[in-house]
Design a protein around this ligand. Structure first.
Ligand SMILES: C[S@@+](CC[C@H](N)C(=O)[O-])C[C@H]1O[C@@H](n2cnc3c(N)ncnc32)[C@H](O)[C@@H]1O
Length: 247
């Protein structure tokens, strides 16, 4: 019998959980304020967080009276988030789904794909499908934000390996850049109490002009981006890209 081997993103995020500590609450709050401003997001409006993770952005938005719907493939993240939301009495709607398979239609005022959550799929048509599905989920004139790492920065600052430590967990990331496919291919080795787990990952990296074209191809208008939360322009020196578009 030949069972299909799992794709990296189906198992990786279980191990990745400690990395959420890398973004401080202060940084997350600054991001939330930035999104509220640029999406013109007000109490009572709706936001589709695709994928939602452990609710890093969803919880603060819900606290401000935004109606948040979150989707994610990692069941453990959704369970954790459900518990957090119910403790705080926050009415989040959560769905367990692959981001390519969501089927909302014209329901949301705003949507986000945040913290480099695009580019996981080997086939480019699948990455494009995520953007199409989010576009379809928005109301006419609905606003979208995508936050991804900037390919131009990655190449300008390329590092073939990095160590990170979280308490008892040590993580070694070893990367090569695949120029033909514009993919960062990395082996992440998680070392916990002497036990090693290695996962091979691959993320499609986009430059600003390329992602802008992709968003326009999907139908987004008024596509514009920033390289920082201070509205700086995107350049090879800005690690993050925050790109906005409108349906
Ligand atoms: C880097 S995290 C970002 C989470 C969240 N957007 C944030 O800003 O904190 C990427 C998320 O994508 C989810 N994910 C990975 N592959 C997915 C897929 N095929 N469909 C839906 N979610 C997926 C992971 O479970 C994880 O929560």
């Amino acid at each position: 019998m030949s069972g299909k081997t799992k794709d990296w993103w189906e198992t990786f995020f279980h191990e990745f959980r400690p990395f959420f500590q890398k973004i401080s609450p202060k940084e997350t709050n600054a991001q939330v304020r930035f999104y509220l401003k640029h999406l013109n997001l007000k109490k009572g409006m709706s936001f589709l967080d695709c994928p939602v993770g452990i609710g890093r952005i969803a919880i603060p938005l819900a606290k401000r009276g935004i109606n948040v719907t979150g989707i994610d493939l990692a069941e453990s993240y959704l369970i954790e988030l459900e518990e957090k939301a119910s403790k705080r009495n926050l009415p989040l709607k959560l769905f367990h789904s692959d981001m390519r398979r969501i089927n909302f239609n014209g329901e949301f005022d705003t949507a986000g794909n945040l913290w480099t959550s695009l580019g996981y799929f080997e086939k480019e048509s699948d990455n494009l499908l995520v953007l199409k599905k989010i576009y379809t989920a928005l109301k006419p004139n609905g606003k979208f934000v995508i936050q991804v790492i900037n390919r131009d920065w990655v190449l300008n600052n390329f590092s073939s390996s990095d160590w990170t430590a979280f308490g008892k967990v040590k993580v070694l990331e070893q990367r090569i850049f695949d120029y033909a496919e514009s993919k960062s291919r990395a082996t992440w080795t998680f070392i916990k109490e002497g036990k090693e787990t290695a996962v091979d990952t691959s993320i499609r990296m986009y430059s600003y002009h390329e992602l802008k074209k992709l968003l326009e191809k999907v139908g987004f208008k008024n596509v514009h981006g920033f390289g920082s939360l201070n509205d700086d322009p995107i350049s090879r020196d800005t690690r993050e890209m925050f790109i906005f578009g409108e349906k």
